[in-house]
Every structure is written in C-alpha cells, then in structure tokens.
Write a protein that binds this ligand. Structure first.
Ligand SMILES: [Mn+2]
Length: 492
C-alpha cells in the first residue's frame, strides 16, 4: 500500500515543521529610515516610540527652532539626494515620510528615488490622499496621528509585502504564459493560493493556468474547485516547457522526485510555507515557515496591494487557512489569525458550507441509517459500522458520530474494495488519535494521523485471519476491544 504523507486527514492539511520566522515581514534585516517634515511631526513620532533598526531624522521647517526632538537626528543638508545618500541606504532599507505637506512629500519621494529607484516608501499623512502622491510602485500611504506602535509595524509589514509583489509583477509581467504549479492532488491551501496569485497578477486562466502533475481527488477539494469555479489543469512533465513563466505555490520542487526536469530546477518564483529545500534555484523566493498556510501569505499580498478580495476569493483563502491549520488549531501563527479575521469579513458562508459539506450519496445515508440503529456509546467509544460504502462517506460519519452524548471517541468503519477503512475522531483531551490507531492496526494494516483525527486500513483478509468472520457484529466487537486496549495502553 503506498500512501501520501497526509493520506489519513479528512480536511487535507500539509504537515510541516514549525520553525522560527525568517522572512520579509518577520525577521527584518533592513533599517527603517523615518523622515519627518518638521519638529511637530517628529515630536508626535517620538511619542509613538521607536523600534529596533529605526533611524529617526527630521528636517526643520523654515524659521523653526533646530531644537532636537528626542531620539531624532537632523537630516544635514535638508531634502536633497546628497543628504539622503549620506544615510547610505541599501536594498533592504525602507523609508517613511511623515508629512501633511503635498509639495514636500512629492519632492521627498523624487529625491529618495534618485538615491534608490525601487525604494519602499511609506507615507504617513492624515491629509494627503493617493491622488496627491506620485506614482511609485512600492509606495503606501496611511493616516498616522491615531496610530500606535503596533499599527506602524503593521504598516511596514504591508510595505514589505507590497515590495515582494512589485518584484513578482515586474518579473512575470512580460511573460506570455505563466504556469502556476501546485502539488499533485493539490490541497485547499495550494489551490486557493494559486487562485489568489492569478488575481494578483491580473491574469486569466488562458495566460496563467493552474497546473498540476496530478488531479484534484478528494471530494472536498473538488467541491472547492466547483464552488469557486477553479480549474486545475493536469499536465505531463514535458508540457511544463510550454510556459515561459513558472511559479510554484505551496510546494517546492523536491516534492516532484529526484529526477527533475531542468525547467523545475530553475523556476521563476516560489511562495511556500514548508521548510526550505535545496536543489533548485528561484529568482524570487518567499518562504515563510512560521506561517500555518500559504494562503496567509497571499492574503497579506492582496491587502498590501489594495487588491479587491471578492467573496469567492475570500472564501477560497479562508478555507485554505482553515484546512491547513485545522481550524486555527495546529501550527497557527498570529499572522494566520489576522488573515483569517480579515477574510472572514468578506467570505461567503453559503459557499463555504457547500465546500465543507460535500454531498453524501443516498446509499451512504442508508448505510448510516442502518449503522445508527445499532449504535451505542460504551466507555466513551461510539462505533458506527457502515458496511460497504463510498470512501468519502466514512470521515463525514465519523465527524458526526462524535456528537453522540458521552462520546470521547468516534469510529466510523466501512468496507471499501477489499479493505476495512475506518476514520477516528476524538474530543482532543484524550490520547492522540494517531497513536491509538497505530496500535489498533498493529500487525494487521496501516494507520496514523493527528491528535484528534486519524484513519486506519485493515485488509479484510488479514482481519478474517485473526477474527474468523468480518460481519458487522464481529467488526464492531473487534474494533471496540482493540480501541479499549490501545486507549488504556500504559507507557508511551
Ligand atoms: Mn500549505
């Protein structure tokens, strides 16, 4: 039996290590160069307080006392490229201009661009609007007198994300056909992220198709594609050469095996949250291992660029975060929470329901009816024996079975092909479901999972060899005994 790494999960997640943050928005390397247009704005800024790697400068207005606002240095030479060049800005540095003065701000942007053409610039102003400001791709504006330190940091995070998107757009803009590659049998996080990238690039499926080496298989992932209207095109490794732009989303090339085609060793962009892998080059890489979902990165991109997030896109990304983090439970960062909250405002609950509750076949409901007639909860274990059913019915029944009064464990078991397949759920504060299932199938089949959800497969043949028959009563009592033993097994 060959199994994918997360084959047991119902809501398909992608397990990955939880590492320290080291990315554009998190582990800052550059300085922030703050330039205030006079003593008043400088004083207001010093009240907000200063952060690491912030260089505070001000330029006195005409006739203004040159008394130094605390923490500030005067920008010697005024608003001039020589003065700015003395600050020795490098590529990682970011600028902030604090001013309500239109001509001053426009001049400042021009001068900064002379020193660093692609500079990231945050304009903090309560009176100036976007129309008052010069066109510059990496420029953001926000009001500021009501801001506190956290808001300022958030604005700089937006600015860093904006800069990323500007680079990606610059790189991919001239390309004719861009392939957005997700993993084989892509999960919701990959699908939603790829869909968001296309929105960010302002492209259509003809010039930026979502591509994969393997079809979308799970019913709930297919439901996502159907509900949102997303097409994932399955291609062969040779067809990858038809694209003059290649972006990998929620995946890195190592996933595709050891004998990679050249095109997959040299890609244009990778955006992912799995641990960084070697063995390939990418012109732009944005890998944030502290994030619970790639969808969170894309939500930040969309926000930073003020790109409209319509209800369909919001629903797809929200579902991507929800399924990769198991509803903000597992490996979730504050970033995931913030993105989730932002998406929640615009998502469509009706669409989300359609995705999360895939249609059950009537035959599956009949099997459920028969199983319910015989069900009871003993020692906190609720077992439903379904007989022969479509495989996707089993995890849905397990979800439901945990609602039985007194149940700490729910087990739904069905016959699929020549196997007994069972899904397990628990209330979370008991022994980990994955460990228990491993113990239950020991010597009989395969199994594994998370803390609160797991799956096991036992070939009917193996079951009969041990228990004689494989009728419903026997399956129920054998599983019950095995679960009791596994749950109460001492030690590990
Ligand atoms: Mn993911």
């Amino acid at each position: 039996m060959t199994l994918r790494k997360d084959w047991w999960a119902y809501s398909s997640g992608c397990p990955h290590l939880f590492e320290a943050s080291k990315n554009a928005a998190g582990g800052r390397v550059g300085r922030r160069i703050i330039i205030c247009d006079g003593a008043e704005s400088a004083r207001l800024w010093s009240r907000i307080g200063t952060d690491e790697l912030e260089e505070l400068t001000w330029i006195p207005r005409e006739g203004e006392s040159r008394a130094r606002p605390s923490g500030f240095k005067i920008l010697q030479g005024g608003l001039d490229e020589d003065a700015l060049a003395k600050l020795e800005p490098n590529d990682d540095d970011e600028f902030a201009l604090v001013s309500d003065d239109g001509p001053w701000t426009r001049l400042a942007v021009r001068k900064i661009r002379k020193v660093d053409e692609d500079a990231s610039i945050l304009v903090l102003s309560d009176t100036l609007t976007e129309d008052d400001l010069p066109d510059h791709p990496s420029l953001r504006r926000t009001g500021w007198k009501t801001l506190i330190r956290d808001d300022i940091n958030e604005e700089f995070d937006h600015l860093a994300n904006l800069q990323r998107v500007v680079m990606i757009r610059e790189l991919l803009g001239p390309r004719e056909r861009i392939g957005i590659l997700v993993q084989p049998d892509p999960d919701p996080d990959g699908i939603a992220s790829a869909y968001a990238l296309r929105a960010l690039l302002g492209r259509k499926r003809t010039t930026a198709p979502l591509i994969s080496f393997g079809d979308v298989q799970r019913p709930e992932n297919q439901a996502l594609c159907d509900a949102i209207g997303i097409e994932v095109r399955v291609i062969t490794p040779e067809e990858i050469n038809e694209f003059d732009g290649l972006v990998l989303v929620d995946v890195q090339p190592n996933v595709f095996g050891d004998n990679l085609p050249d095109r997959l060793r040299n890609i244009d962009v990778v955006i992912d949250h799995h641990p960084e892998r070697a063995g390939y080059t990418a012109t732009i890489r944005d890998i944030r291992t502290s994030y619970g979902a790639t969808s969170t990165i894309f939500t930040e991109y969309l926000r930073a660029t003020n790109t409209e997030i319509n209800p369909r896109l919001a629903t797809a990304l929200l579902y991507g975060i929800k399924s990769d983090t198991q509803y903000l439970g597992r490996e979730t960062s504050e970033r995931d929470m913030l993105a989730f909250a932002h998406l929640h405002e615009t998502h469509s609950p009706a669409l989300l329901r359609r995705i999360e509750r895939p249609a059950l076949p009537i035959s599956g409901l009949h099997a459920l009816g028969r199983a319910l007639a015989k069900s009871d909860v003993r020692d906190g274990i609720h077992i439903l024996v379904l007989g022969r059913v479509r495989e996707d019915v089993i995890p849905q029944v397990a979800d439901m079975a945990l609602q039985a009064e007194g149940a700490e464990w729910a087990v739904a078991v069905g016959t699929v092909g020549r196997n007994l397949v069972f899904s397990v759920r628990n209330v979370g504060y008991v022994r980990a479901a994955g460990e228990v299932v491993k113990a239950v199938v020991e010597g009989l089949g395969v199994g594994g999972g998370h803390r609160s959800m797991a799956k096991g497969i036992i070939p009917l043949k193996a079951f009969r060899e041990v228990y004689g028959r494989a009728d419903r009563a026997q399956v129920r009592s054998a599983l019950y005994d095995a679960f009791i033993r596994a749950i109460h097994r001492s030690g590990d």
